[in-house]
Design a protein around this ligand. Structure first.
Ligand code: ATP
Ligand code: MG
Ligand code: MG
Ligand code: MG
Length: 478
């Protein structure tokens, strides 16, 4: 089942259950405290927190999301994209736990001929919050999930709150068992790769106060209007329904992997574990496919590369994609080949990526060119350093790797790879410790600035002017 069919069925089902279909909001969140829309519920926050009267009691959406916090997982797990689409159904003081559970189970297991997704119920596992007896009872009463496939989890996994006083409540998550080839038996509590989380049901039920941390607060009462907020990862369901190994191989992402493979002449093999000799290359191709798509969608929503905030995230995504292609041996500009492949995979659902492609591609290609210039300058310096190291039989020093990174914006993984190719080891520990020192200094500066001891704004502006200097602070590994 193709992605567009999955989302069509989603909306049809929930509209048939009285929900209003609400189009995806922009990736650029209207909530100033968030850089990006990170979940389907973000556009509904005013209704969920009862700050505004909802125009409808139930809603459904397929929301574009960006989660930069997952960037290090991309390509390594089967299930984390920086961009993904979250299918959601929402109740604002209308239906609650029982219907949320019934809807989810019905849609997932209903036959494909009948408008559902046709997942075998025997493959589904469920988690509930450890004190939520009600949720467990509802799963047992209204679905065919047996007690042995329901696991209880603590606050850190199965409790939702914003970390602020306000609404909060337990969650119940639905997992799909991919089978023994993917890991050990025992349910999601023991293996999150074999048992893939597909859908999170949040039951906003309580008012919390005295919030000491995300898991430590006082429940002061029940909410007068209880809400439902759910999120299903469209790409995760697509990976199951399309019978592929991971979300990067689904129909909206895979074409870019194929393009990356064609450009680099390296075969893509779906390698899953690091002991597989193809793993490093396969991860790179998955990273490329993910990041190119995220860049496409971010620029489409009005983000442009810069040295801070949203633009910096975009810059980092483009640089990481370009760098991954270099590590695959491709040194010429790659976005003119990869971006159209991503556009073609996405335009069916998001026609604006085609209509606006002139503008989008101009921004992306210029950013790649600028980065390639940066790399060229760094390469010259690196080659000199490698020559000296080889002549003296020493490792390339941590200081040199740090200068390359900090002053030339030359990513550490390229330094490692190119030095290794030349048979010269790099003092990576030395590099890491210099990075750590720099971070400590940056934190101290920030603290000082905050406490008002020094006004560093002029200094910060100066830093931001240099195209490469700033990256040292926030870009962990280049
Ligand atoms: P995980 O534990 O796998 O990281 P999560 O618990 O962080 O997922 P939620 O915040 O519950 O995810 O989001 C709701 C749903 O959105 C998840 O059940 C999943 O299907 C999907 N989802 C979350 N993060 C991603 C991501 N980075 N890429 C693709 N889908 C995602
Ligand atoms: Mg997560
Ligand atoms: Mg989770
Ligand atoms: Mg979750």
């Amino acid at each position: 089942m193709k992605s567009h069919e999955i989302t069509r069925r989603w909306v049809d089902y929930f509209v048939s259950k009285g929900h209003t279909a609400v189009p995806s909001a922009s990736l650029v969140s209207s909530d100033p405290s968030l850089l990006f829309t990170v979940a389907g519920m973000v556009p509904f926050i005013p209704y969920l927190t009862a700050r505004e009267e909802p125009p409808y009691p139930r809603a459904t959406s397929v929301q574009k999301c960006i989660r930069t916090g997952d960037i290090e997982e991309v390509g390594k797990t089967a299930r984390h994209g920086t961009f993904f689409q979250m299918c959601g159904n929402f109740s604002f003081g209308d239906y609650f736990k029982e219907d949320a559970i019934k809807f989810a189970f019905e849609l997932l297991t209903k036959s494909v001929d009948d408008g559902g997704y046709g997942l075998p119920a025997e493959r589904l596992w469920v988690t509930v919050y450890e004190e939520d007896d009600e949720a467990e009872r509802l799963w047992l009463t209204h679905t065919s999930i047996p007690p042995e496939r329901i696991q209880r989890m603590g606050k850190s996994d199965n409790y939702w709150s914003t970390g602020q006083p306000g609404p909060a409540g337990p969650c119940s998550e639905i997992y799909y068992d991919r089978g023994p080839a993917y890991g050990i038996e025992g349910g999601p509590a023991v293996d999150d790769n074999r048992y893939i989380e597909i859908w999170n049901l949040v039951f906003m039920q309580y008012q919390i106060e005295n919030v000491r941390s995300k898991v430590d607060f006082d429940i002061v009462g029940e909410l007068p209007k209880k809400n439902i907020d759910t999120g299903l990862g469209m790409e995760r369901l697509a990976m199951i329904l399309q019978g592929v190994e991971n979300m990067y191989e689904t129909d909206q992402v895979r074409p870019v992997i194929d393009k990356a493979s064609e450009l680099s002449g390296r075969e893509y093999t779906s390698a899953e574990t690091a002991d597989d000799p193809h793993h490093a290359d396969d991860v790179r191709m998955r990273v490329v496919a993910d990041h190119v798509r995220s860049a496409l969608m971010l620029i489409a929503d009005g983000v442009t590369p810069s040295n801070e905030g949203r633009g910096y995230v975009l810059r980092r995504l483009i640089r990481r994609a370009v760098r991954a292609m270099r590590l695959l041996g491709v040194e010429k500009p790659v976005l003119p080949e990869l971006l159209p492949a991503s556009r073609d995979a996405m335009k069916g659902v998001y026609p604006q990526v085609e209509k606006d492609f002139d503008r989008i591609s101009r921004i992306a290609y210029a950013e790649e060119k600028a980065f390639l210039r940066t790399i060229a300058a760094g390469t010259t310096r690196l080659e000199e350093a490698v020559k000296l190291s080889r002549a003296s039989g020493t490792a390339l020093s941590g200081e040199e790797a740090f200068t390359l990174h900090d002053t030339y914006g030359f990513p550490i993984d390229l330094t490692l790879e190119m030095a290794e190719e030349a048979g010269v080891p790099v003092d990576e520990a030395g590099f890491r410790s210099l990075m750590e020192d720099q971070r400590t200094r940056a934190r101290a500066d920030a603290k000082e600035k905050k406490s008002g001891h020094a006004d560093l704004s002029a200094f910060q502006e100066l830093l931001a002017e240099g195209p490469t200097v700033f990256t040292g602070y926030t870009e962990l590994d280049g």
